[in-house]
Design a protein around this ligand. Structure first.
Ligand code: HEC
Length: 162
């Protein structure tokens, strides 16, 4: 290999390097151009999360019954209707489960067989008896601070488990 050959090789090789550098810069500029020209694609889950974050807290359902706030407002406050924020399951767990889960003192458990003779009385009568007490069951299960609506919600919860 002569010195002349080395020079030719070096010249050609630098040309290739320079062309690659120019090509890289050109691609970067083209990419940047299109990035600015085209609108970014909207991310649907980002939009959904954003709407969730800014929604009014009043529309968050904390109760057992799924009820939109508009419906709550539209329903006149009927005496016996359970209020939206009463959770029958909670009332049951706090005030009723002690007897009704075990069947203590002859309390009907939450299985259909224990209620076949009681169900025909109708929900209203069952709720009244739970409020006023019946047999070995003290009025409101002994929790006099509970409202009638809370007892109603608890009974409805119990009957829903049968
Ligand atoms: C101290 C134990 C005890 C607690 C606490 C208790 N119960 Fe009872 N419950 C009974 C017993 C015992 C009976 C059966 C009474 C009977 O028929 O002689 C009964 C019966 C009932 C009945 C059927 C009434 C009917 O007319 O047949 C309902 C409804 C009821 N309970 C709801 C509740 C609810 C709701 C709570 C909680 C707020 C509750 N109970 C808490 C002992 C209890």
């Amino acid at each position: 290999m002569s010195q002349e050959d080395d020079k030719v090789f070096l010249r050609n090789f630098s040309m290739i390097i320079i062309m690659l550098v120019v090509f890289t810069i050109a691609m970067a500029l083209v990419g940047n151009h299109f990035n600015n020209v085209l609108a970014p694609a909207e991310n649907p889950s980002r939009q959904a999360n954003l709407e969730k974050r800014i929604q009014s807290p009043a529309s968050v359902n904390t109760g057992a019954q799924p009820q939109a706030p508009a419906q709550v407002a539209a329903t006149p406050a009927a005496d016996a209707a359970p209020e939206a924020d009463i959770d029958g399951a909670k009332v049951y767990q706090n005030a009723c489960m002690a007897c009704h889960a075990s069947g203590a003192a002859g309390a009907p458990k939450l299985d259909a067989a224990s209620w076949t003779e009681r169900l025909p009385k109708g929900e209203e009568e069952l709720v009244n008896n739970a409020i006023n007490g019946i047999g070995a069951m003290p009025p409101k299960g002994g929790q006099m601070q509970l409202s009638d609506a809370e007892i109603l919600a608890a009974v409805q919860y119990m009957l829903a488990q049968l």
